[in-house]
Design a protein around this ligand. Sequence first.
Ligand code: NAD
Ligand code: WQD
Length: 352
Amino acid sequence: MTRPMCILVTGGAGYIGSHTVLQLLLNGYSTVVVDNLDNSSEVAISRVRELAGDRGRNLSFHKMDIRDKPALEQLFASTKFDAVIHFAGLKAVGESVQKPLMYYNNNIVGTITLLEVMAAYGCKKLVFSSSATVYGWPKELPCTEEFPLSAANPYGRTKLMIEEMCRDVYASDPEWKFVLLRYFNPVGAHPSGRIGEDPHGIPNNLMPFIQHVAVGRQPALKVFGTDYSTKDGTGVRDYIHVVDLADGHTAALAKLSDPKIGCEVYNLGTGKGTSVLEMVSAFEKASGKKIPLIKTARRPGDAEIVYASTTKAERELNWKAKYGIEEMCRDQWNWASRNPYGYQTEAKKLGA
Ligand code: NAD
Ligand code: WQD
């Protein structure tokens, strides 16, 4: 019997990571997660194990910071990885403006350390979590992978720099294979309601904020800007169900086995734009909850409209998002109503 492919997943206890690890296990991969639990909980790992049934035994977890080079080396010395999916990073735009060095240190130094250890152990296949943030305020739509890149804040610059770093590493050594995935706006949760997004502190992003309002943790949603040139004046984004996004990673792993691939970039989005007010109304419908709104000024740095061209991912990864905003809101509410305090309640019970 051939051994299952073994994938190292950095940041695998986080929102997108936990959903991806589950899809990998269900697709027959073996996974090793490293996460420092800076923005996540080990409860997510145990729930992924539970959802994977028998295949849950193919998941192991190490509480580790990817900047801890000796620890990472020890892991690579003991396990042969076929590829790495690299989610680990800090992602709050506002915080990155306040604490740029923390972001550069975590995201850039973390990635350099990871790539150095991978190179030393001859594991040269990486899927990296980039972001639509690298399109800045796009001049045209939909955003294609060839668009000029820019960044409006330190977080975005870390994504841009890591993309460039991967392109340089590939140029220096064509044995490397990179798939850089530019996620649009991931939302929703696993339909079981067992795993979902549980940011520490006050959420920065739209859907987790709406979710906190719906469960009574915040009084109202501030709508950032009602004077954009859009259908209803509010910002438009390409929201993508996190399970679709997770499936995009199995497609990316398959692509890494293509002998012709070098360093390739793909958008993961739906190609559809939805406004803030449309999202609120879809969530209200799915949850039966009224979301009180406070209309406020634009948030600095926000683009007006961003949505993806999905052609390249469809053609080359054979992947296409299946879910629409109704399913995203249904699953977000299912998760929120079952876990109004995310993983905290169970983590406290376990004394974690
Ligand atoms: P998340 O915060 O839920 O997950 C990131 C995980 O990485 C967390 O579990 C955190 O504890 C861990 N981590 C951070 N620094 C680490 C370090 N130095 N060592 C080990 N673990 C570390 O975020 P997410 O939404 O799941 O995002 C995953 C990746 O996708 C991130 O790189 C993020 O920048 C990128 N991304 C996210 C979005 C989004 O809107 N959620 C959009 C585009 C790109
Ligand atoms: C969506 C829309 C807001 C919160 C960010 C990062 C990006 C990527 C995804 C990581 C916008 C509006 C939001 C609120 C609001 N992350 N909004 N009230 O800004 O598209 O992208 O997350 O890579 O890099 O920049 O997502 O969810 O914050 O905002 O009105 O309380 O909702 O103005 O129009 P964004 P978001």
